[in-house]
Design a protein around this ligand. Structure first.
Ligand code: ZN
Length: 88
């Protein structure tokens, strides 16, 4: 763990934590609290994970109604992908 985050990193950590709180802090479809991802409910113009964390978080902040917070499993299901293997 590094305690030497830049102000920009701290800002993004804080923004992410506020956004998680806004969405209830857990997956929309189950109680998983980590890891969580923001799933598009409708297109916002931002596509793919390659845009980076900052672009994604700022896009979520601008389009709160276009996103849902989901665990990886439900995000995969929601997007029609084969979900990653799940431990039962
Ligand atoms: Zn879930």
């Amino acid at each position: 763990m590094s305690n030497h985050k830049t102000p920009a990193q701290r800002y993004l950590d804080n923004l992410q934590s506020r956004l998680y709180t806004h969405f209830g802090g857990h997956c929309r479809d189950c109680d998983v609290m980590f890891p969580l991802e923001f799933a598009h409910l409708e297109p916002t113009g931002l596509r793919g994970p390659g845009r980076g964390r900052k672009a994604r978080l700022l896009d979520v902040q601008r389009n709160l109604n276009s996103y849902a917070l989901m665990c990886r499993f439900h995000h995969d299901l929601f997007d029609g992908r084969q979900p990653a293997e799940v431990k039962q």
